[in-house]
Design a protein around this ligand. Structure first.
Ligand SMILES: O=C(O)CCC(=O)C(=O)O
Length: 261
């Protein structure tokens, strides 16, 4: 099977080409076995505390779980996010997703806000939610709760047919992502995707970090936790959207005279 395999760190020209062509890249060997274990234990704690059942996602785990906080600005991933967005972006949300033991396929969808379909913004659908998905259980063979993506579908002017979305049928060009625990899948919000079936007798956890332009509203929190902001690092505070705008209260580009009036 062809795979858009990348390497941790810089966003290379080949990464850029693969990301443009397929809408995603896969970065193996990002977390060590010990880091995977810590993040997995943290994920289980989060879901237990939230009392989730079945397929579920829990947000802002970074506020209480240091192992998950460390992934916010992971050096294997952040340079790629920065290459795609420039210097100004935020962590729009962080979702810890559980695909339960013996879970079936999820529904096909593109990422975005339920309140506002990103396809209304124009074509091609812009990059608004760049998702870095840290795999915390082995997904190196199909039917282990993998992600399934349709390569290049972020550029399709035709939507995935409603009949396929309703039936949950397979699509001949669906790509079941096979990668080991500790790998990261980085993908564009407009790529059609779904959770793939999981035949294992254990719950599958994946930690998703979603990066957005700075004007997008966060979706896993209405406000940042003050105690978290105080104890975290400057870069992570920035990623929480806590930065000074030198041009406030006016947008950049207003005549300078306005500032002294
Ligand atoms: O973790 C997963 O299985 C998929 C999550 C997903 O597709 C989503 O949250 O949009």
């Amino acid at each position: 099977m062809m795979n858009p395999i990348s390497t941790p760190g810089a966003f290379t020209e080949l990464d850029k080409f693969m990301f443009e062509a397929w809408g995603y890249i896969i970065i193996p060997n990002v977390l060590t076995a010990d880091e995977v274990k810590d993040c997995l234990e943290a994920s289980v704690r989060l879901h237990e505390a939230a009392g989730t059942r079945g397929w579920a996602q829990v947000g802002k785990g970074f506020e209480t779980e240091p192992a998950l906080e460390r992934l916010i600005d992971h050096p294997a991933v952040l340079p790629k996010v920065r290459a795609l967005y420039g210097d100004r972006f935020i962590l729009q949300s962080a979702w810890c997703t559980k695909q339960p033991a013996f879970g079936g396929n999820g529904s096909w969808h593109q990422d975005g806000s339920g309140a506002y379909d990103f396809s209304k913004l124009g074509y091609p659908i812009p990059l608004i939610q760049l998702r870095a998905s840290f795999l915390l259980t082995d997904q190196s063979v199909p039917r282990t709760g993998n992600m399934e993506l349709i390569p290049g579908s972020h550029r399709s002017q035709a939507p995935l047919p409603q009949s396929v979305r309703k039936s949950g049928d397979d699509v001949p060009i669906g790509h079941v992502i096979c990668a080991e625990a500790g790998s990261v899948l980085l993908f564009h919000n407009a790529v059609w995707h779904r959770t793939y079936a999981h035949d294992g007798d254990y719950d599958r956890y994946t930690m998703h970090y979603i990066y957005s332009p700075p004007w997008v509203r966060c979706s896993d929190r209405f406000d940042n936790d003050k105690a978290f902001l105080e104890r975290t690092t400057p870069v992570r505070r920035y990623l929480m959207g806590q930065f000074e705008r030198p041009d406030a209260p006016f947008g950049a580009g207003y005549p300078v005279e306005l500032e002294s009036e």
